[in-house]
Design a protein around this ligand. Structure first.
Ligand code: SAM
Length: 254
């Protein structure tokens, strides 16, 4: 299988792809690739090319574009995960797993019960993890990771006029909320533009947060009768969403 590498779109100047010093080191020293070897270059925004390495000396390694690759592994609509930051490094694994599952945007939020207040280095680390996971899972886009903001700020920016074509689901425990799967099955898929799902912190959303979110247009949903860990809940939600979207696509195609 060919190695994949994400580059900044400005590095692609057809017919040449220019690598950064870090990428040159990775390709020639870590992967030990040589002149003539082929890799797949992705711009992280939906486009990929088969390229051939030229000038393999460490200093000037670059690549020649052979052909554009038409391949579609993305979900049919953009999915955003809004997630109250969990403790420690737990968000690293969430970023990796939801990237593999097809998320397009990850919006970390600081809720009333969030304990972690992340540094700028954390954001860079999450972006690197998303890039690696996108390469590994053969995606065409690298999910955007937004700068953390408070959950209230996030609610203030919700485009309420678009909620009918862009449903927002708030995962809640201990409420009589419909199951996310039932909500997804009753969605009319054709005018759907995007979908957002929000997961609370270890201590859960406060009642005030739930009320405010509902008032802003979020629909409360359940992920089942058991309480899932904060890091398990986004994986379950994204798996359900991806499965419903992909099976509807297959039905349409068949
Ligand atoms: N003690 C907290 C409570 O009772 O809400 C547990 C919070 S849980 C560890 C963290 C988050 O995962 C929740 O805020 C919710 O967003 C999501 N979650 C976990 N299990 C869930 C379920 N069965 N249904 C819906 N959301 C769930």
């Amino acid at each position: 299988m060919l190695q994949r590498i994400v580059v900044n779109p400005t590095q692609i100047v057809p017919p040449v792809v220019y690598f950064t010093a870090e990428q040159r080191h990775y390709l020639s020293r870590v992967l030990r690739l040589q002149e003539g070897d082929r890799v797949i270059v992705m711009d992280g925004q939906g486009y990929s090319w088969l390229v051939q390495l030229v000038h393999p000396s460490h200093a000037d390694l670059q690549a020649e574009i052979l052909e554009a690759i038409a391949c579609q592994t993305e979900l049919p609509i953009a999915i955003t995960l809004v997630m109250a930051l969990p403790k420690g490094n737990a968000f690293d694994e969430v970023v990796r797993q939801v990237t593999e599952l097809g998320v397009s945007c990850i919006a970390p939020v600081i809720s009333d019960r969030t304990l972690l207040h992340p540094s700028l280095q954390k954001l860079e680390r999450w972006r690197r993890i998303a890039q690696e996971a996108a390469e590994q899972s053969e995606r065409q886009i690298v999910p955007t990771i937004q700068e953390p903001i408070s959950f209230q700020e996030h609610l203030n920016t919700l485009p309420t006029t678009e909620l009918s074509v862009s449903p927002h689901y708030l995962c809640v425990t201990r409420h009589t909320a419909p199951h996310l799967l039932d909500c997804l099955h009753s969605l009319p898929l054709s005018p759907l533009l995007s979908l957002t799902v929000a997961i609370g912190p270890e201590g859960g959303w406060t009642e005030v947060e739930v009320e405010r979110a509902i008032a802003t247009g979020y629909q409360p949903v359940s992920l089942g009768d058991r309480i899932l860990r904060t890091v398990t809940a986004p994986v379950v939600a994204l798996s359900l969403i991806a499965a419903v979207l992909e099976s509807s696509l297959n039905e349409e195609a068949g």
